[in-house]
Design a protein around this ligand. Structure first.
Ligand code: ATP
Length: 320
């Protein structure tokens, strides 16, 4: 109706982007810029955020969370202003493409907020791609990847997807071969952990122990080999996350979740990124689904996923 009245044809673009787990996460010393050098093996998993971007005749970027009132979103810790990574991504795209019309973003959240799975980064990556389509920006994928780096260390990977080694602060990506899916169970917590606080805790633990953090170097070749072979049994003993002791120090109850997963049949368990989500590695799809069922029956919030999966991807593009 409004399209007739205002001679403005709204267009709606829907994009989905995956959450990630860090199969291996080595953290080096604090750099002078306040970030840590890392060597990460990112794996995109089948838990997707979705961003629906609708062009508006008025300028500016607005955002809402599907199924959530403003108050509920704020209570869940999701900012609905320029602090929201999706809003920042749209503003950046508007700036680069010199847009004067606006966009409304509706985010469907599935990745746990402050869960260590890069949900906000996935929203940002999905928004970059959505605005690229919405505004026919004609930017090359590499140009979008450059914009992603400006938004955050995990945003380029959410755009790329698959499996990849991330160096620098995680933004220098090299795709890794992972031809067969690996099966995981994610156990979500009913609280979040702040990524900067977890890194800060790691620094304090290292200071207290007198251990000089080493340059993170490269991802353990055994991890790359196991991924290439699609071999969960070989991957299990080489999963590793330097942030795990810091997450456990801040949330000691996670130790029980890690143990619980193994008692219920996981090959290995690890804190995902800065946590508190726990990733349990399963031998195959049937084992993952059985493990998830047993954990749900025992009262956990668990779900089976697989990875690698694709990065940010257009789902639909509609003019109305
Ligand atoms: P990180 O990517 O920093 O490791 P995370 O994966 O643990 O973080 P996210 O859910 O991505 O957790 O969000 C971390 C913080 O970023 C939240 O506490 C929130 O304040 C802010 N944030 C900004 N944009 C978003 C968004 N679109 N969705 C959720 N949180 C967001």
């Amino acid at each position: 109706m409004s399209s007739v009245r205002n001679n403005f044809a709204a267009r709606t673009v829907r994009v989905k982007a995956p959450g990630k787990i860090n199969v291996s996460f080595r953290v080096g010393p604090l750099r002078p810029d306040g970030y840590h050098a890392v060597a990460s093996l990112y794996l995109a998993v089948s838990l997707y955020e979705e961003v629906t971007a609708t062009s508006t005749s008025a300028s500016g970027v607005t955002v809402s969370i599907k199924g959530c009132s403003t108050a509920e979103a704020q209570r869940s810790g999701i900012p609905l202003d320029e602090r929201n990574l999706a809003v920042r991504a749209a503003l950046l795209m508007a700036d680069v493409t010199e847009r004067t019309t606006g966009v409304h973003l509706e985010i469907t959240k599935r990745v746990p907020v402050s869960g260590g799975m890069g949900g906000g980064s996935a929203d940002a990556a999905a928004t970059l791609l959505a605005c690229d389509a919405l505004w026919d920006s004609g930017l090359a994928r590499e140009e979008l990847a450059h914009l992603a780096v400006e938004l955050g260390a995990d945003v380029p990977f959410a755009l790329l997807g698959g499996a990849a080694v991330g160096l620098g602060v995680g933004e220098l990506l090299t795709p890794a071969l992972a031809p067969s899916p690996l099966h995981w169970v994610l156990v979500q917590a009913d609280f979040g952990l702040s990524t900067p606080e977890v890194f800060g805790q790691l620094d304090r633990l290292r200071l207290a122990s007198g251990a000089e953090p080493l340059d993170p170097g490269q991802v353990d070749p055994a991890v790359l080999q196991a991924l290439r072979a699609g071999d969960a049994q070989a991957l299990a003993p080489v999963l590793g996350n330097d942030l795990q002791p810091a997450s456990l120090a801040l949330a000691p109850q996670l130790a029980e979740v890690l143990d619980h997963g193994k008692q219920h049949g996981a090959l290995a368990s690890i804190v995902s990124g800065s946590g508190p989500t726990i990733a349990l590695l399963a031998a195959d799809e049937a084992s993952a689904s059985g493990l998830a069922q047993r954990l749900v029956a025992a009262g956990s919030s668990a779900q089976a996923v697989h990875g690698p999966v694709h990065g940010a991807k257009l789902v639909s593009d509609l003019v109305h």
